[in-house]
Design a protein around this ligand. Structure first.
Ligand code: MLT
Length: 254
């Protein structure tokens, strides 16, 4: 992977393809490799930039509180480093929350937005509390506590479950804790989407046990021009479970 220094963090990223820039932002507690199945399907149409977010993969994982705004600022710094002024952003789950934070802070830099198994709502209080409880458990017991329970919620495919378990186990506790606290503190972004005028794509898995398809239908109501797809064969990992259909939907960002 290539590296750049942004906001005192050494950020790792890969870059491939030719065309309009598209940032593929991974979710929690994973890294950029989740996007690999769609890369060959998209690199003819886009210049793809796949970062490991702070706290994950090969990027630095500082022992401090993170915010989604910090993570969005890292991506803005990465685009600066690459001398890219405007890009489309596709975010998976937590990556979608970060894409929304990016659109809030740098609207002029966003040429399109895709929420992949993601949504614009803030956490309800019980979900927020559960994240702080999980963060404390990870601090005491390590990432195994997350890696053992999460893969079954991500996909029904046993092969993918074991790959995702191994991927989650590789993530540093500081990054997992930082991301949990960052997600807990995020604001609602429905108003942002209501006023969003660039291409908007929502990809949802009909079998997603974390993100109900109703979230995408809510977005369709407030943004009638949005391209919203529900993939019958996918759970929470559409880019791995249904790469062709996911790539097809992301082409609507052009
Ligand atoms: C993710 O997949 O990034 C997380 O499950 C999102 C969340 O917990 O809200």
């Amino acid at each position: 992977m290539e590296r750049c220094l942004v906001n005192s963090i050494s950020l790792a990223y890969t870059r491939t393809g030719e065309g309009h820039p598209l940032l593929l932002i991974h979710g929690y507690p994973l890294d950029h490799t989740i996007w690999q199945p769609v890369v060959p399907l998209l690199r003819g149409a886009f210049e793809l930039i796949l970062p490991d977010l702070r706290g994950f993969g090969e990027s630095d994982a500082p022992h401090e509180d993170y915010t989604l705004d910090d993570m969005a600022a890292d991506l803005a710094g990465l685009l600066d480093h690459l001398e890219i002024e405007r890009a489309a952003l596709a975010g998976h789950s937590m990556g979608g929350y970060i894409a929304l934070a990016f659109a809030r802070h740098y609207p002029q830099r966003v040429s399109g937005l895709a929420l992949v198994a993601s949504h614009p709502y803030a956490d309800p209080p019980d979900r927020r509390e559960a994240r702080y409880t999980t963060a404390r458990a990870v601090a005491e017991q390590g990432v195994e506590i997350v890696a053992s329970s999460m893969p079954e919620k991500l996909t029904a495919n046993p092969d993918l479950q074991s790959r995702l378990r191994a991927l989650a186990l590789r993530q540093p506790p500081a990054g997992v804790i930082g991301a949990l606290k960052a997600m807990a503190a995020r604001p609602d972004s429905m108003d942002l989407l209501r006023n969003f005028s660039a291409p908007l794509v929502v990809v949802q898995g009909a079998q997603d046990s974390i993100m109900p398809v109703q979230f995408g239908r809510d977005v369709q109501k407030i943004c009638p021009a949005a391209h919203v797809v529900e993939l019958s064969q996918a759970g929470h990992m559409p880019m791995m479970e249904a790469p062709q259909e996911t790539a097809q939907a992301l082409l609507h960002l052009l």
